[in-house]
Design a protein around this ligand. Structure first.
Ligand code: NAP
Length: 500
């Protein structure tokens, strides 16, 4: 079950959101009374109550907005209980002072906005003796393994327990709570209201993660990177699981640089069956794997880890996706897939992770690749490794080429008004492939189109590499069209509802 948290300053908005959340499937709703600008009018808040309501008045040190004194806060909690709320949230330090009232249920809670305290288990044991119907622990993850510490508490709880990590390191504990038997998890009706750090929106938890379907048998996959909050991986993979009716969930794991190995060992106990790997772990992922696909050795980077009986195998689906995307979408250059890009001149901008995969892939199809990168040493190193030419960044406009490939992050959100070359380079006989996919239609793509160039956006490559990962994860053919639609919808300025 999901407990939807509503925090608004106006009663009217609280009333509207209570009805809307219930209509969308909320099992219970927490009303954050500390958000209200005026003294709560309980009759209004409880009018037409569509599901169980929780009364909470959170203090500032616990992440709330309550500015009054403690005596007034406790009075408000007692009034809420008498007025007809079904549940009341009482912090562990006040729970002994506010006694049970009739059949109103008690959440005894503990919040820590700094860390997971060393004595968490002791705190938990004490809370279990405070007459709770549910014990709630909300602490701040400072490392990925904190998620496991909280999820462990859910395994054999002395009382029904909700235990989660706040912050973006804590997303796994929120999504996987149902797998470990938590009676409910929390979600925000309005994520942008800043109710609690890392609180996932109700819509996302329902529609992307399908939280209500996550159970003990649900297989777990995920994306590992830093940052990962903006990753489209959860959307695209969870959409594919849903489409094929696979009991699996794909979770964002923020893992800081240097922590990959320890993370993989720790999370083996969930277990996590496969990972998408993104910046900054693409090289470290190779060391973590027992086996590697030839493209990984060639590119010296992995974007996928799949767990099998002999440990992890590393793959690089960017390499295959780049090649296939160009061959399938630019037949005027490839002469059909069999022809490859033999003898075609390509200027490739960038020498980072994407550039490595694309440079090797295009060179592999016979293209004559020249690399230009802002940091010249990196261009030189990559060119020597691939066996192609390189140029100083300043000379990129002097190259005569048939295909221009942007593998820099120039033009990527939020720098929408930047492009990696001058418009004078965009002649109608040039083909432009921009690997940037957020936004899909970068300034480079728009200008190239306007100047009569053939164009290819990064979305096709992105969807292909995700589809290949999906097949490696599940052994099933990926629902590519569904995945593409989900990505395009997420990237479109006007996002439509997904009613598939
Ligand atoms: P990365 O490893 O961080 O590399 C970034 C590249 O961009 C480097 O070559 C960097 O040059 C260059 N760069 C950044 N800002 C620049 C600026 N202001 N002027 C000139 N050069 C600049 O990142 P990545 O993983 O390769 O990703 C690069 C882009 O590819 C991103 O937009 C990403 O979304 C896209 N991508 C697309 C796909 C897909 O499937 N379509 C897959 C992966 C990546 P320096 O070396 O000088 O820093």
């Amino acid at each position: 079950m999901i407990c939807v948290v509503i925090g608004r300053t106006r009663h009217k908005m609280v009333q509207i959101e209570i009805q809307e959340a219930a209509k969308r499937g909320a099992g219970m709703i927490e009303v954050r009374l500390d958000f209200l600008a005026k003294a709560p009018d309980f009759a209004r808040l409880l009018e037409d109550k569509p599901c169980a309501l929780v009364a909470t008045v959170r203090r500032q040190p616990d992440g709330g907005r309550w500015t009054g004194n403690e005596e007034a806060r406790r009075m408000l909690l007692r009034q809420a209980v008498v007025a007809g709320f079904d549940w009341v949230d009482l912090e562990t330090d006040v729970a002994d002072d506010i006694r049970r009232y009739k059949d109103v249920k008690r959440i005894v809670s503990y919040h820590n906005l700094q860390e997971v305290p060393a004595d968490l288990e002791k705190v938990y044991a004490r809370m279990c003796n405070q007459d709770p119907d549910v014990v709630k622990l909300a602490v701040t993850a400072t490392r990925p393994s904190d998620n496991l510490r909280l999820l462990d508490l859910l395994k054999n709880p002395a009382k029904p327990t909700v235990a989660l990590c706040m912050g973006d390191l804590g997303a796994p504990s929120r999504v996987l709570a149902g797998k470990y038997g938590a009676p409910f998890t929390y979600a925000a009706f309005n994520k942008e209201r800043g109710i609690a750090p890392g609180l996932i929106s109700f819509d996302e938890l329902m529609r992307v993660y399908r939280y209500e379907e996550v159970n003990a048998d649900t297989a777990v996959y995920g994306v590992v990177g830093d940052p990962v909050a903006q990753s489209l991986g959860p959307l695209v993979h969870n959409t594919a699981f849903r489409k094929l009716g696979i009991d699996a969930v794909y979770v964002p794991f923020r893992v800081p640089r240097g922590d990959l190995e320890a993370f993989l060992i720790n999370f083996a106990r969930i277990p996590v069956r496969g990972y998408s790997i993104t910046i900054p772990h693409k090289e470290a992922a190779i060391a973590a794997a027992k086996q590697r696909q030839p493209a990984v050795t060639l590119v010296q980077a992995a974007n996928t880890l799949v767990h099998g009986p002999d440990g992890f195998t590393a793959y690089n689906t960017d390499f295959d996706a780049a090649r296939e995307s160009v061959l399938a979408n630019l037949p005027h250059l490839s002469g059909g897939e069999l022809g490859g890009l033999k003898g075609r001149t390509v200027l490739l901008l960038g020498a980072g992770g994407a550039a490595r995969a694309v440079a090797h892939a295009l060179h592999d199809t016979g293209a004559l690749v020249t690399i230009a990168n802002r940091t010249p040493d990196k261009a030189q190193r990559l060119a020597e490794e691939v066996g192609c030419r390189y140029l100083p960044w300043e000379d990129r406009h002097r190259v005569l080429c048939e295909l221009l490939v942007n593998c820099t992050s120039i033009g990527m959100h939020p720098n929408l008004d930047e492009m990696p070359v001058h418009v004078s380079m965009l002649k109608s006989d040039l083909t432009v492939f921009d690997t940037v996919y957020n936004p899909e239609h970068t300034l480079l793509i728009k200008e190239a189109r306007e100047h009569g160039c053939q164009v290819l956006t990064g979305v096709d490559m992105f969807v292909r590499q995700a589809a290949m990962q999906f097949q490696l994860f599940t052994g099933k053919e990926a629902p590519v069209d569904t995945m593409r639609k989900a990505v395009k919808r997420a990237l479109s300025p006007v996002t439509l509802r997904d009613d598939e």
